[in-house]
Design a protein around this ligand. Structure first.
Ligand SMILES: CC(=O)SCCNC(=O)CCNC(=O)[C@H](O)C(C)(C)COP(=O)(O)OP(=O)(O)OC[C@H]1O[C@@H](n2cnc3c(N)ncnc32)[C@H](O)[C@@H]1OP(=O)(O)O
Ligand SMILES: O=C(O)CCC(=O)C(=O)O
Ligand SMILES: [Zn+2]
Length: 440
């Protein structure tokens, strides 16, 4: 599927080459370094091939999984998380296939806290297992029916076994934010003591806010010495902010999926997290991840799960880098940093300035005059701008319409007729008709 953002044609493209961009002075960078924070040192566990497979529309055959895995590897994500081999014969086979691709990313699979699942997973060739079990009263009562003593004992058994096979093992509590804090800290402490690679916190129902995340991660950071992974659902719109708060508090790994797909409305989206982290530490993000590859993997996944990339998607949405209002347009054309925190070229995207509408201003129109090399004055640009506004009060004009208006005015000026020419164009349809009339 073509990216719609590249198809916008009613706008001006401003050139980055001609205007060197200032270094980003992000207001969101911490004023003082925080030794606990990992915003400049985090890893991504990309779970499109696990959590993403739980999205209502998702079905990935082996070929598609391989294509997605390779595209994610090209971005440089640190880990790929795959569906449990216990889910089906094909899931088991796919773990083997993807583990054998020789990707740079480490391969994990996600299993229940159960010896049978662990044994099945270990032989697939994955680098590690992400083990999970619910600890909230909801899940203890209505999902697996086990108490904290049983869960702790089973976790120790499973982790010890996986470690004995030389694999990475992460232990996570499902529904962490609705679990009892004392239960959480004691089980995390117990698994840390036996050398688990990472512990995981999961906002399974998307109920947590950034402050709660910060507090829980910071508390956990003081209790365990291993890495901390976090997984955030987006039911209440906090998934990216929660991921950021988790890293600030000392989490080391964040789970993502392409376009955020997953159970219900999904989890922290890969593109959105990268946009957020680029804003916090551009050098870290740009040196580690190839941001120009995000669009490709989003297009692959969107097409496969039969959704369109949302119009307001981070980075790749139809209008993510389109500037419209005259005040914005003038400043953007002078210096893109005025109204952009993300530089589109860093993401392989283009910027557009839209001018065929009633909110346009003469500075943006003048810029188009210069692009067309028409040699009109500022006053000319102002006259044409007034005409654009008048016509666009009826309906927006295409860039072709604006260009026709400018060229017509320019020709009339050569003949000394420009004072009256604009008066003769009374409706947007009249320009559209001029566009379709072959010139002789
Ligand atoms: C929040 C999350 O996203 S967690 C990850 C979710 N992922 C998946 O569910 C993977 C796809 N799942 C499947 O293919 C199947 O559910 C399977 C193969 C895992 C299990 O299938 P079934 O044996 O038919 O059981 P079913 O799905 O009906 O119920 C889940 C079983 O796992 C148990 N269980 C649930 N969570 C856990 C856990 N974290 N650790 C251990 N056991 C668990 C339940 O008690 C139940 O056991 P039961 O068979 O004794 O009733
Ligand atoms: O394994 C985990 O940490 C998360 C599992 C999951 O998908 C969830 O709890 O939403
Ligand atoms: Zn989840």
């Amino acid at each position: 599927m073509a990216n719609p953002a590249t198809n916008i044609d009613n706008g001006l493209k401003s050139s980055d080459a001609s205007r060197p961009r200032e270094p980003i002075a992000s207001p969101y960078m911490p004023k003082y370094p925080d030794p606990m924070s990992n915003i400049s040192n985090f890893k991504i566990i990309e779970s499109t091939l696990r959590e993403g497979e739980q999205f209502a529309n998702a079905f990935f055959d082996t070929e598609k999984k391989v294509e997605i895995a390779k595209a994610l590897d090209a971005i440089g994500v640190d880990y790929l998380e795959l569906t449990s081999p216990a889910a089906s014969e094909q899931s088991l086979n796919d773990c083997r296939v993807i583990s054998n691709l020789g990707l740079k990313a480490k391969i994990l699979t996600h299993t229940r806290c159960h010896m049978d699942d662990a044994k099945l997973a270990i032989d697939t060739g994955v680098d590690g297992l992400d083990v999970v079990i619910g600890t909230s009263s909801y899940l203890r009562e209505f999902s697996h029916g086990k108490d904290m003593d049983y869960i702790t004992q089973k976790a120790i058994e499973v982790i010890t076994y996986i470690k004995s096979k030389g694999l990475e093992v992460r232990f996570s509590t499902e529904d962490s934010f609705r679990s009892d804090l004392v239960d959480l800290l004691s089980i995390y402490k117990a698994v840390d003591k036996i050398g688990v690679t990472r512990v995981g916190i999961a906002d399974t129902v998307g109920c947590a806010n950034p402050r709660q995340v910060y507090e829980l991660v910071r508390t956990l950071r003081s209790v365990v010495s291993c890495d901390i992974e976090c997984h955030f659902h987006n039911d209440t719109g906090c998934a990216i902010a929660n991921a950021y708060a988790a890293l600030e508090a000392g989490a080391t790994h964040i789970d993502t999926s392409v376009l955020g797909i997953g159970e219900r409305n999904g989890i922290t989206p890969l593109g959105g997290l990268l946009a957020r982290m680029y804003t916090a530490d551009k050098d870290y993000v740009m040196n580690k991840y190839d941001l120009t590859q995000i669009r490709d993997v989003e297009n692959i996944v969107a097409e496969s799960v039969e959704v369109t990339v949302p119009f307001n998607n981070y980075i790749t949405g139809y209008c993510a880098f389109t500037h419209k209002a005259g005040i914005h347009a003038k400043a953007i054309l002078n210096n893109p940093s005025t109204y952009e925190i993300l530089n589109p070229t860093d993401f392989g995207m283009n910027r557009y300035v839209s001018i065929g509408h009633r909110l346009t201003g003469w500075n943006a129109v003048k810029n188009r005059v210069e692009q067309l090399n028409l040699g009109l004055t500022d006053d000319d640009a102002k006259h044409v701008t007034q005409k654009i506004k008048e016509l666009a009060d009826v309906r927006p004009l295409s860039l072709d319409d604006v260009d026709t208006l400018l060229r017509t005015y320019h020709q009339a000026k050569d003949q000394g007729l420009h004072a009256s020419i604009l008066d003769k164009i009374e409706t947007p349809d009249m320009i559209a008709a001029m566009n379709s009339t072959p010139s002789n």
